[in-house]
Design a protein around this ligand. Structure first.
Ligand SMILES: *[C@@H]1O[C@H](CO)[C@@H](O)[C@H](O)[C@H]1NC(C)=O
Ligand SMILES: *[C@@H]1O[C@H](CO)[C@@H](O)[C@H](O)[C@H]1NC(C)=O
Ligand SMILES: *[C@@H]1O[C@H](CO)[C@@H](O)[C@H](O)[C@H]1NC(C)=O
Ligand SMILES: *[C@@H]1O[C@H](CO)[C@@H](O)[C@H](O)[C@H]1NC(C)=O
Ligand SMILES: *[C@@H]1O[C@H](CO)[C@@H](O)[C@H](O)[C@H]1NC(C)=O
Ligand SMILES: *[C@@H]1O[C@H](CO)[C@@H](O)[C@H](O)[C@H]1NC(C)=O
Ligand SMILES: *[C@@H]1O[C@H](CO)[C@@H](O)[C@H](O)[C@H]1NC(C)=O
Ligand SMILES: *[C@@H]1O[C@H](CO)[C@@H](O)[C@H](O)[C@H]1NC(C)=O
Length: 390
């Protein structure tokens, strides 16, 4: 599980309502040449969900690309923060509030696919009132398309499958699209991206046992290595926000399982992990990653108590040891003590009382939702909001 925006799932782009009906056109226009460098404002959509507005800088000759966008937070508008994405020949990163996470990839001349002989004309359409020509490439790994007015980019859509996760992103460029070279400063990767991730200054390295929860596909129950989990309050926030953003149906999360884990509470960088096998954003490390479920506080809550909205944790394979005493010096930061009850996600999210309680979180009152989340695990009695064990 991830930031809501990153919880990319298949959803119809048409639902956004910005893509008009395609007027037909008899003949293919000549193939556009996308400028090798440009600067433009853009709007970002992930699986049809609006993800923010920002500035896009691209320079294929310098092998660099940077874009930033402020990700809207419908629940806590004050928590809307700028995200920076940086691509260079040395690597690629996501940078948020001073924290840099490796994307495990590097610069690619994303628009060069247009010149491929396999890229074909797919008709014209109107995007946000602008007529443009669609050029698309379909491969087994990804579908890429641009909509252009001659060499002016109007839209870029990228659809890909990474492990079990389907991603669809859409960038809608502004009419300020300008084929000029960004300055080095506009493309500069932040220093933090070349430093190892920050680890908290814990003094007490005694292992703790804690309850965590994970919303997973049913056949992955028991498997949380390189997956994200959350404590009771943190998972309540996750499930509520997924529910309130109408994402749950798309997310294919089937069951929620309670785990007891033993962990050394010296927290590392929280990594967004998705899919089976997992793909994680952020450098691999031994320490269990952590952040506030609403990304609140210094280092987004990595080292804070997070008593209000709880914590999200990422469980690194590098620190996993099935048996044996936990010891950071032996690359052993956590283990599963026991796998507890598994319930169906539907039992929880289809309880009208839970939806009602979730909608109170935006007003600062999370306790009712937390109580209902816990009640689902505490009994099997529907009159007590309990859910059957699967
Ligand atoms: C993006 O970066 C530019 C500077 O390059 C800055 O002026 C702008 O405010 C940033 N926008 C967002 C949405 O973060
Ligand atoms: C590409 O598009 C086709 C047709 O819409 C679809 O079936 C396929 O899943 C897409 N591929 C990817 C990688 O998303
Ligand atoms: C750890 O302590 C040092 C020295 O006091 C401080 O500079 C650093 O910011 C602390 N790190 C964290 C993650 O709090
Ligand atoms: C260290 O943490 C353990 C487990 O949480 C706790 O039992 C112990 O009291 C702590 N020790 C100190 C000195 O705070
Ligand atoms: C788990 O179930 C999904 C369908 O829900 C299926 O696509 C996948 O292959 C299954 N994985 C394993 C390891 O059985
Ligand atoms: C989710 O769906 C409900 C009911 O259709 C709607 O009222 C609500 O605005 C939607 N929420 C979001 C964030 O789209
Ligand atoms: C811990 O992991 C690091 C990185 O993989 C490795 O270099 C080191 O040898 C490991 N240490 C132990 C004690 O296994
Ligand atoms: C949250 O509080 C606002 C202002 O007090 C109120 O208008 C709104 O109805 C409340 N929302 C819920 C879901 O209780």
């Amino acid at each position: 599980m991830t930031q809501m925006m990153m919880a990319a799932v298949a959803a119809a782009m048409m639902a956004v309502g910005l893509v008009g009906a395609a007027p037909t056109r008899a003949e293919a226009p000549s193939k556009p040449v996308i400028p090798s460098a440009f600067i433009s404002s853009f709007e970002f959509y992930s699986s049809g969900v609006y993800g923010g507005t920002g500035q896009y800088y691209y320079d294929a000759d310098a092998q660099k690309n940077h874009y930033n966008l402020t990700v809207a937070n419908p629940f806590f508008p004050a928590q809307a923060v700028p995200y920076g994405y940086f691509y260079s020949e040395a690597g690629a990163w996501m940078y948020i509030e001073g924290i840099c996470k490796s994307l495990g990839t590097k610069f690619a001349p994303v628009f060069s696919f247009v010149q491929s002989p396999a890229t074909t004309y797919q008709g014209s359409k109107t995007v946000n009132g602008r007529d443009c020509d669609v050029w698309g490439l379909t491969t087994a790994q990804a579908n890429l398309s641009v909509c252009t007015q001659n060499s002016v980019l109007v839209e870029f859509i990228s659809e890909s499958q990474v492990s079990t996760t389907h991603y669809m992103t859409r960038m809608l460029f502004g009419d300020d699209f300008n084929p000029s070279k960004p300055t080095p400063a506009e493309l500069a990767v932040p220093e933090a991206c070349f430093e190892p991730p920050v680890v908290c200054n814990a003094t007490n390295l005694t292992a703790e046992t804690m309850d965590v929860y994970a919303f997973q596909p049913k056949n992955q129950t028991g498997n949380i290595v390189d997956q994200d989990v959350a404590d009771l309050r943190g998972d309540t926030v996750f499930v509520c926000f997924d529910l309130l953003s109408n994402n749950t149906a798309n997310d294919h999360y089937a069951v929620v399982t309670n785990y007891k884990i033993n962990v050394i509470p010296k927290w590392g960088l929280y990594r967004e992990c998705n899919g089976y096998p997992p793909y994680c954003i952020g450098d691999a490390m031994v320490e269990v990653g952590r952040e506030s479920s609403i990304s609140k506080g210094p280092l987004r809550g990595q080292c804070e108590p997070n008593l209000d909205y709880g914590s999200w944790l990422s469980m690194p394979s590098m620190g996993y040891c099935q048996d044996g005493p936990l010891d950071l010096a032996k690359n052993c930061s956590w283990q599963v003590a026991s796998v507890g009850k598994t319930i169906s996600g539907a039992c929880l999210i289809e309880n009208p009382a839970f939806l009602q309680a979730c909608s109170q979180i935006v007003n600062g009152s999370i306790d009712a939702a937390v109580d209902l989340f816990k009640a689902a695990f505490d009994s099997e009695d529907p009159s007590k909001n309990g859910c059957p064990a699967l």
